[in-house]
Structure formats: structure tokens, C-alpha cells
Design a protein around this ligand. Structure first.
Ligand code: BES
Ligand code: MN
Ligand code: ZN
Length: 508
């Protein structure tokens, strides 16, 4: 999907020659400032009861009279005019257009649908991600899926004064969208395709195509590092594990990096503590954290912010087997701390704890791990917000703000020391599970025991990484949040010396 912007004022849209014009309307005064032909058309449709300006409503007209566009789509948005409301309306409108013949659509936002009057970069960004969301179809193991839509170009109409901000937003959105699409595609692939070895190959290709340094360790390499907990999970599978490191260098060599650590369980059976059969297929999505790291590295490599970023992925299967780790087994983690594996289905924290020790070597400015870690997080927060666990308030604020900006939100959860008491073990430094109570929090408490050397946050994406039911499939979350977070870290960096000298010279 190719997204652009074009200077095309609202008052002249009736004469805009295009294959499809998608017009977002809100409120009672929806025709304000609009091209008279379009305004009259919309008013007539509302009067005749054929269209209502209510969020969720859309109407497609073919060859509308008095309008140059070959197709016209009216979509209603909530009058709040937030990027979120606009995004929902554009998704609805593009979905209506997707099966039709148009290859190019122009999108315009009426005056009443603009929160601050002017179109901001955030709207361009929201549009670019919306267009990619609608365009994506999974085909890798289903070539018979509906033919790709002809609609492959979307252009956002703006005023001349808005063009600069909108263009920047569209560029940012397009990079994020490419990252989201990569994450969705990899997470959607079944467990027998998206194996740890495959993830290693995807990372290598990403490195070649986008100038990232990539290192992929096999079982021997992982053994050398002493990752006893990661290896314990991997030992029940015929598929060999992989430990993947991707590096993006946008700032100076000594600048401490932002480190992203993804859970890459390519299939989670639960191991010997095996899961019930119902919906177990969805455990192919248990590498969504890893997929989001790949997607974010892809987006960052395209946007080239002045910041260093390291992406780390621990990838393996969690299988029951004669050699599989058993409940009660005690393993020694890379940190030296021992863990009694009371439940082999709490495997995510076991692979992550060693990855979190490994990343100490980067002397990180911040570490964020991303994992489909607990069913308990889905019970706590449902499918709207990812769970955010963080002991550093400043870092937590940055992640919350990044989520809001990217329309990929998270919600902060508590992390009091007391929750960690549930992890006491008779036979090791800790157990790998607490009780059922506060399961998402005790999981985070487990991870915290390995993160003392740097500012750290944990995102539990168990409820947000994929959808079940009729819309079953990966969402690509939280690539938007993470990319936004990395970009904000770059903007925070003190300006280079030459740039710092400039304001002084400018002073008159
Ligand atoms: N991958 C699962 C978490 C999960 C379950 C995500 C369902 C999304 C939907 C994780 O490895 C797991 O099995 N966690 C256990 C932990 C428990 C044994 C303490 C869980 O949540 O049941
Ligand atoms: Mn599990
Ligand atoms: Zn899991």
C-alpha cells in the first residue's frame, strides 16, 4: 500500500478527479466549508434517510452527479475528531472500498471532524497505518485467499498549510505500517513454518535489506552463554532454539542503546504441564513479542532516528517429550540464580530471564521486554490495552505516552514487592509460578529479579497481540507503541555540538 498526501482543499473536492473519494463527516454541521456539490449531496442523503452521520455508518455512491470522483464514500466519525476516531472511520471506509474496482482512493477529513481545525501529523500517521491494516491479507499457507485488492494507493487530502506536518506523519505511519505488517505476517504463520530457525532467517534478511547487524546463536552458542533456563524450555523439542540479536546504530558508538527483548515461543503446548486442547492452535501466536521486535527494528531502520537500538529474541518451542523439563526440576539461570520449574507452562519467563541477563552487556539506557506472558493479563485488561509493568516512573510515562500517540495503548499495572513473595521455593532461589491470584503481576515480579542493572519495563501483550474468533489473526501490536517510544527517545537526545552552537549564533 502506497500512502501519500496531496494539497486539495475541502472547498474544491467536488472537482477532484480520482477513482474514489472517501470523505469523513462528523456532527450536525457536517457540510461546513465543504465543496457545495458534495455538501448538497450529503445533506440530501441525510434528509432522505439514506445516510446518518453516526460513527460506524458508511455509504458508497457510484458516479455521483456533479462530482468528479468516480466513486464517493461517505463515512461518519465521532465528532471528537481524535486520530483514533478518524482512524476507525477510515478503516470502515476503506473496507467498503476494498472489494470494488478502485486502485486509488483520496481521503478527506471534513472541518467538523478535525479536533484542532488543522490536520496534524498524527492524522497522516493514523491514515497510513489504517490503510495498511485494511490492505493486509494472509496468504502464505492459503494462496486461495481472496485476490489482493486492486486498491493499492491512498492519498490524504490536506490544505497547503498542513502539508509539511501531514507528510511527516504519513512517512512515520508508512514505516510503522511496514513493521506492523511484518509482525502480523510472521505471527500468523503456523508453528511448523515459523520455527525458531525461520525467525533467525527472517532476522538475517532484515539485516541484509535494512543495514542492521544481526547475530543468530544456535544451541551450542546458547549453552556457552550458560542460559540454563532458556535451554530447559528448549530441551523438549526436536526444533533447535535460536537466540537472535539485531542492532541498529543511529547514534554514536558509545551511546547506551534502547534494548527490546521479545518472547519467541513458536509454539506453546505447555510442555509436561500440558494445556487443554481447546484453542491450543492459538499458541502459535506465542512468538508475537519476537515478531514485534522484528517489526519495530524494520520500522526504526526505515525512519533512521538518532538513537541506538538492540533487538533481542529468544526463540524455541515448548513441547512435552521424554527429554522435556519436568515439574520440580531445578535449573541454573545465566544470572546464577536457581529456579524450581513448578509449572512447565510458565515458560515465557524462563526464556526471558536469561535474555534479560544477556542484555546487561549493552549497558542499556532502557530495556523493554515484550511477551504474550500470561492468561491472567487477558483477564485483567481484556483486549484493549497491553499490560505495562515498570519500576521506573519516567520510563513508564514514556511508554504510556508512546502507546497513546500510536493508538496502541498500554495500561500500567502494580508491581509492589509483596507480590513477589508468591514466588518462594523450598528447593531453589525462586519458583517459576506464584498462585492464580495476580498471575500477570507475579510473572512480572519473576522477571524483575533479572533486571536490577538497568531501567526496565515489561509489556504483557497476551490480550492484544492477536484476535480470536471470526477475525482470527495477529494484530502487529505493539510495533506502533515501540516505534513511537524509540523515536521519542531519539528526539530527547541532546543536540549535536554543531547544532547546539547554532542558537547562540542566531541570537540577535
Ligand atoms: N503463552 C502463555 C500465556 C497465554 C495464555 C497467552 C493464553 C495468551 C492466551 C504462557 O506461556 C502461559 O502458559 N502462561 C500460564 C502461566 C501459568 C502456568 C502461571 C498461564 O497464563 O496460564
Ligand atoms: Mn505457557
Ligand atoms: Zn507461552
Amino acid at each position: 500500500m502506497d500512502v501519500k498526501h496531496q494539497i486539495a482543499p475541502l472547498a474544491t473536492l467536488g472537482s477532484l478527479k480520482t477513482e474514489a473519494l472517501l470523505l469523513v463527516l462528523s456532527g450536525d454541521d457536517f457540510a461546513q466549508g465543504l465543496d457545495p456539490a458534495l455538501g448538497a449531496l450529503a445533506k440530501g442523503l441525510v434528509q432522505s434517510g439514506d445516510f446518518e452521520v453516526k460513527p460506524g455508518r458508511s455509504l458508497v455512491l457510484h458516479r455521483p452527479t456533479g462530482v468528479a470522483a468516480a466513486r464517493l464514500v461517505f463515512v461518519a466519525a465521532a465528532s471528537s475528531g481524535t486520530p483514533k476516531a478518524l482512524r476507525a472511520a477510515v478503516v470502515a471506509g476503506l473496507k467498503a472500498l476494498k472489494p470494488l474496482g478502485a486502485r486509488l482512493a483520496h481521503v478527506a477529513v471534513s472541518a467538523g471532524s478535525r479536533k484542532t481545525g488543522a490536520l496534524e501529523g498524527s492524522v497522516g500517521q493514523a491514515l497510513a497505518t489504517a490503510a495498511a491494516e485494511v490492505a493486509y491479507t494472509y496468504r502464505h499457507t492459503k494462496p486461495s485467499a481472496p485476490a489482493p485488492s486492486r486498491l493499492d494507493r491512498v492519498t490524504l487530502c490536506c490544505e497547503a498549510s498542513e502539508a509539511k506536518a501531514v507528510a511527516a506523519g504519513v512517512a512515520r505511519g508508512a514505516a510503522i505500517a511496514a513493521g506492523i505488517t511484518l509482525a502480523r505476517e510472521q505471527a500468523n504463520r503456523p508453528g511448523n513454518h515459523a520455527t525458531p530457525r525461520h525467525l533467525g532467517e527472517v532476522a538475517r534478511k532484515l539485516g541484509r535489506d535494512h543495514d542492521l547487524k544481526v547475530e543468530v546463536l544456535d544451541r551450542k552458542g546458547i549453552e556457552k552463554l550458560g542460559m540454563g533456563a532458556f535451554l530447559a524450555v528448549a530441551q523438549g523439542s526436536e526444533e533447535p532454539p535460536r537466540f537472535i540479536v539485531l542492532r541498529y546504530h543511529g547514534a554514536g558508538g558509545t551511546e547506551p542503546p534502547v534494548v527490546l527483548v521479545g518472547k519467541g515461543i513458536t509454539f506453546d503446548t505447555g510442555g509436561i504441564s500440558i494445556k487443554p486442547a481447546g484453542e491450543m492452535d492459538e499458541m502459535k501466536f506465542d512468538m508475537s513479542g519476537a515478531a514485534s521486535v522484528l517489526g519495530t527494528m524494520r520500522a526504526v531502520a526505515q525512519l533512521k532516528p538518532r538513537v541506538n537500538v538492540v533487538g533481542v529474541i529468544a526463540a524455541c518451542e515448548n513441547m512435552p517429550d521424554g527429554r522435556a523439563v519436568k515439574p520440580g526440576d531445578v535449573v541454573t539461570t545465566m544470572s546464577g540464580q536457581t529456579v524450581e520449574i513448578l509449572n512447565t507452562d510458565a515458560e515465557g519467563r524462563l526464556i526471558l530471564c536469561d535474555a534479560l541477563t544477556y542484555v546487561e552487556r549493552f549497558k542499556p539506557a532502557a530495556v523493554v521486554d515484550i511477551a504474550t506472558l500470561t492468561g491472567a493479563c487477558v483477564i485483567a485488561l481484556g483486549h484493549q490495552h497491553s499490560g505495562l509493568f515498570c519500576t521506573d516512573d519516567a520510563l513508564a510515562e514514556q511508554l504510556l505516552a508512546a502507546g497513546d500517540a500510536a493508538l496502541d495503548t498500554c495500561w500500567r499495572m502494580p508491581l509492589d514487592e509483596e507480590y513477589g513473595e508468591a514466588l518462594k521455593s523450598h528447593f531453589a532461589d525462586m519458583g517459576n509460578v506464584g498462585g492464580r491470584a495476580g498471575g500477570a503481576i507475579t510473572a512480572a515480579c519473576f522477571l524483575r529479579k533479572f533486571t536490577g542493572k538497568y531501567p526496565w519495563a515489561h509489556l504483557d501483550i497476551a490480550g492484544t497481540a492477536w484476535k480470536s474468533g471470526a477475525d482470527k489473526g495477529a494484530t502487529g501490536r505493539p510495533v506502533g507503541l515501540l516505534t513511537e517510544f524509540v523515536l521519542a527517545r531519539a528526539a530527547q537526545e541532546p543536540p549535536r555540538k554543531t547544532a547546539a552552537a547554532r542558537p547562540a549564533a542566531k541570537r540577535r
